[in-house]
Design a protein around this ligand. Structure first.
Ligand code: NA7
Length: 543
């Protein structure tokens, strides 16, 4: 039985990760009647779904947290790069501290959302058959909410267990003494591999493209040291909004080609020793735009990694003489002893470029070289990034067109937030914004502040309907494409290019700089939110 709309809200947020929680906090404080809905039973976004062994964040403390004073002042991390359990606990702390629970409806999936043209409001059908409505719809699904499962023939007949890393059972899976087949070597694959190698009877890692992984340099954090470091937090939080990646610093202004080898290697070495993603975001100015500069970085990385691998064949597969793609155009991951696991007797690497998978058999994976038995298959094969989760929400706009249909020829969105034909909808952390390229909380706060300011502006100006202007939307989509052309990103078959999903249109799905993005959004706001047509429904005045 369907319960008709029992509640109408000013705004409904979908998603309880960083972007959704931040929006909830901001909009509640701004006086909006707001509800947050999430399919997960606990907040945390990807840290709810990605609870596989070893799952942890690749941004170091204090970058990967909210800049909200009462939250960070009352929270202490135990590790420099926290794991999923601690991240989940952090989200509970955020909701407790900000008293957000009463506005959260967890464990509820939005089955569909459609814009009612007459009533000029969004109606949401929830999976418990409740229907709710809202003036503003704010999907905040993250870029990685729809896992990608390649279509390997025979999987349905597999007699063991199989899981995607992003749909790991909440009760956990013991890897000890299992014969684990792991497909994929992105950030998730590396983390699972490191854990599985410790206890699995056999770990077979199926690699299509070698990951260009960087040393994490994990550290335990003491409360007392952290309290001392907190004196610098406000400055770091301010700074991270002003950098291209949302980190505490960004690329140097100097080209890798302007300095001699000694100086260049000294900087590479400095970044390497400091660890984390710095080799990616604090490198030379042209790391991601000049092939020669990029090659210097790759060669440095390759030689560092090869020095850790005794077997030359293995070294060539994990760190090839020539780069599989320009360094950093696929997301590097962080590793803790990843390259050493391949020397263990219980670990094997299969290179799918020379040895493709033919099919899954009831107890094995068959490649062109024969069968390798396994009783657990782990798919660390990534996501339909950016668009997948939004498409699955079955969003239908004012003209009866679904968002998937609207995007069939490619993604388009004004400022990476608003889509023409979908009035009163803004997504945070969505495609064509800096989301995938930048540190999550930094981007979530920049967009969350902007969205909240805009809705307050609408209220103050007695406007209640907005929609992206198609020309402005096309202009923004072109800006993102052009920004991409200035970089080496188009050279990789990455999820950044939407090239990891067979049928998606190849296009850069993220704006490549958070600081420039924030400045452009601020400019739009200062000029009266141009590019967004606004309307007062009662008086029908349009600006
Ligand atoms: P990623 O980074 O998208 O990695 C997916 C991995 O799966 C990658 O190694 C892919 O190889 C591999 N893959 C994908 N499809 C296949 C098929 N059909 N056969 C074999 N291998 C395949 O996902 P993650 O979950 O690791 O990380 C997602 C993001 O989370 C990450 O970028 C960070 O921002 C955090 P490929 O490279 O395409 O050859």
């Amino acid at each position: 039985m369907i319960n008709q709309a029992s509640r109408h809200y000013d705004a409904i947020i979908v998603g309880a990760g960083f972007s959704g929680i931040y929006l909830l906090h901001k909009l509640r404080d701004a006086g909006f009647n707001v509800l947050l809905v999430d399919a997960a039973s606990q907040p945390g976004g990807i840290w709810y779904w990605n609870c596989y062994p070893g799952a942890r964040v690749d941004s170091q403390v204090p970058l990967y947290e909210f800049s909200i004073d009462e939250v960070w002042k009352s929270w202490t991390w135990s590790e420099r790069f926290p794991g999923w359990e601690e991240l989940r606990a952090y989200f509970r702390h955020v909701c407790d501290t900000l008293d957000l629970w009463p506005m959260m409806r967890m464990g509820t999936r939005v089955k569909s959302a459609h814009f009612e043209k007459e009533a000029k409001r969004w109606r949401l059908h929830l999976d418990d058959d409740v229907i709710i409505s809202t003036q503003f719809l704010l999907p905040a699904l993250g870029f990685a909410s729809k896992p990608y499962l390649p279509d390997f023939p025979g999987l349905e007949d597999f007699k063991g267990q199989w899981f995607h890393t992003a749909r790991w059972p909440q009760e956990g899976i013991d890897l000890a003494d299992r014969r684990v087949a792991l497909i994929g070597t992105g950030a998730s694959g590396v983390q699972v591999a490191q854990e599985a190698a410790k206890s699995a009877k056999k770990l077979t890692l199926y690699q299509r493209t070698p990951i260009l992984a960087l040393p994490m340099r994990q550290e335990k954090l003491s409360k007392i040291n952290q309290e001392r470091e907190k004196q610098g937090y406000s400055a770091i939080f301010e700074k991270r909004r002003q950098t291209s990646g949302g980190f505490e610093c960004q690329s140097l202004e100097v080209s890798a080609l302007e300095v001699d080898k000694k100086e260049r290697d000294a900087h590479f070495e400095y970044l390497w020793q400091r660890g984390g993603l710095r080799f990616w975001y604090h490198n030379f100015a042209d790391l991601l735009s000049n092939r020669e500069a990029n090659r210097h970085a790759y060669n440095f990385w390759r030689d560092k990694v090869r020095a850790r691998i005794a077997d030359p064949d293995l070294a060539e597969r994990l760190a090839p003489a020539d780069p599989p793609h320009p360094f950093g155009t696929k997301r590097p991951s962080l590793e803790q002893g990843y390259y050493e696991i391949f020397a263990q007797d219980n670990v094997a690497l299969i290179d799918l470029r020379s040895t493709p998978i033919l099919r899954v058999k009831p107890h094995a994976i068959e490649t062109v070289d024969g069968e390798m038995e396994c009783d657990l298959i782990v798919f660390a094969t990534g996501f339909d990034a950016g668009r997948g989760g939004l498409s699955d929400m079955n969003i239908t706009g004012a003209n009866g067109l679904s968002l998937s249909q609207a995007w069939k020829d490619g993604l388009r969105a004004y400022l990476g937030m608003a889509v023409s034909g979908f009035p009163n909808m803004l997504f945070s952390y969505g495609p064509l914004s800096p989301s995938g390229f930048s540190n999550g909380p930094s981007s979530a706060e920049v967009q969350g502040d902007w969205i909240c300011d805009f809705l307050v502006w609408m209220r103050n100006n007695e406007q209640d309907l907005f929609e992206a202007d198609p020309a402005a939307e096309a202009g923004w989509t072109e800006i993102v494409a052009q920004a991409g052309e200035m970089t080496l990103f188009p050279e990789a078959d990455s999820w950044y290019m939407s090239a990891n999903i067979p049928d998606n249109k190849r296009q850069l799905i993220n704006f490549p700089s958070l600081s420039i993005y924030a400045a452009l959004c601020d400019d739009v706001a200062e000029k009266g939110y141009h590019g967004l047509a606004v309307e007062n429904i009662s008086t029908k005045e349009t600006t």
